[in-house]
Design a protein around this ligand. Structure first.
Ligand code: ZN
Length: 149
């Protein structure tokens, strides 16, 4: 676990310092606001879904703790180019990962997102890590505002 925890720290620091896809989108098809009152994290998510349900572009702006920002950054990198259905599957797996319900040996599609496994040891941080995913889900479902509370 030590290596994974070190990797986790590095990834969080890197994505917090240089968040990917951190800007507004000019022509989104879906947007949603996400709030995590417990920590004070907030973000606005922009999604552009194209033909065949492919997420052609996704971006975010907002403020919050390092984990929420890094998780949002990595979420956008992960789902860009995937279909809405694939994004839903990833959200389900990610949620199981951060709540400690995913068997690490089981097959999954998380790839680099697996570094967030460490979050399951810190229950207060689970909502920080999953805020962007909940907000993506809301945006795709047509929900304007998503709160983790
Ligand atoms: Zn937070």
């Amino acid at each position: 676990m030590t290596n994974l925890n070190e990797l986790y720290q590095q990834v969080i620091l890197d994505h917090n310092r240089k968040p990917r896809n951190y800007h507004e989108l000019e022509d989104p098809t879906n947007t949603a606001q996400g709030y995590n009152p417990l920590c004070g994290d907030q973000l606005k998510l922009y999604v552009k879904v194209g033909e065949g349900g492919v997420i052609e572009d996704v971006s975010f702006v907002g403020s919050g703790c390092a984990i929420s920002k890094a998780a949002a950054s990595m979420m956008t990198v992960t789902v860009k180019g995937k279909t809405v259905e694939e994004a839903r599957l990833l959200f389900a797996e990610f949620h199981k990962l951060v709540t400690g319900e995913l068997d690490p040996g089981a097959e999954n599609h998380l790839g680099k997102l697996k570094v967030f496994a460490g979050v399951s040891e810190f229950p207060a941080r689970v909502k920080c890590a999953s805020l962007a995913w909940h907000t993506l889900h809301g945006a795709l479902e047509g929900t304007d505002t998503v709160s983790t509370e």
